[in-house]
Write a new protein. Structure first.
Length: 226
């Protein structure tokens, strides 16, 4: 059973998501919250697999709540997916930097929400390559990208081998392990090993954070194709 917590200040949104998720035999909603403080407390209590987190909430917003959840070692298995009404929402980039595994638009199709929950629960980052890349590129190009973890993004990649930098660039462009394997002419297992080493060397929680590092370090430049 995949356990889910929903954090949104709109009662109807929470009710709609809950009805959809609870209708599936392999998914169960274990908590609901209308603000960030309550969300963090309930996540610590129930330790769900996935948190659907609205960005704009009273008391403590979704960005701060996401940071608190992802910084808690006891919640290392919990994945946060941020919810937004706007495709290019500057707060979403902040949430990705804070450790969110991806983001979803609130008007997505029901089947896409169910698929997203299952993908994230399986340990994959919900990058939605087209939307996430567009979001990050717009934010970086507009001068909004600060420095990751205190300005260490560029310094972090100096520890990588040339091949690992290639892999980071591919991850930054939204490539899956299978696509990385194909691009570098290596086995899928080798590609997976390279990505795992990136997690370890860069201290990234998941692929979403690798994408952020790829952009902030200049490994991937907005608007420039590989």
């Amino acid at each position: 059973m995949i356990t889910v917590a929903i954090a949104d200040d709109q009662t109807l949104v929470r009710a709609g998501f809950r009805a959809l998720l609870d209708s599936e035999p392999d998914i169960g909603v274990v908590a609901e919250a209308a603000d960030g403080d309550t969300a963090v407390a309930l996540v610590r209590e129930h330790r769900p697999d996935v948190v659907l987190m609205d960005i704009r909430m009273p008391e403590l917003d979704g960005l701060q709540a996401t940071a608190r959840i992802t910084a808690d070692p006891e919640l290392s298995h919990t994945r946060v997916v941020v919810l937004t009404t706007f495709e290019l929402d500057e707060y979403v980039f902040g949430a990705l930097r804070a450790g969110a595994s991806g983001f979803l638009l609130k008007d997505l199709e029901p089947a896409d929400l169910l698929s997203a929950v299952r993908v994230v629960a399986a340990g994959e980052a919900l990058l939605a390559p087209r939307l996430t890349r567009r979001l990050i590129e717009a934010f970086v190009a507009g001068g909004g990208a600060g420095s990751l973890a205190g300005g260490e993004a560029a310094e972090q990649i100096t520890t990588l081998t040339p091949r690992e930098r290639e892999v980071l660039a591919l991850v930054g462009r939204g490539a899956s392990n299978a696509e990385i394997a194909q691009a570098l002419v290596v086995s899928p297992l080798t590609a997976k090993t390279h990505v795992a080493r990136l997690f370890a060397k860069l201290g990234a929680r998941d692929r979403a954070q690798l994408v952020v590092i790829a952009y902030e370090s200049g490994t991937v430049v907005p608007g420039i194709s590989p």
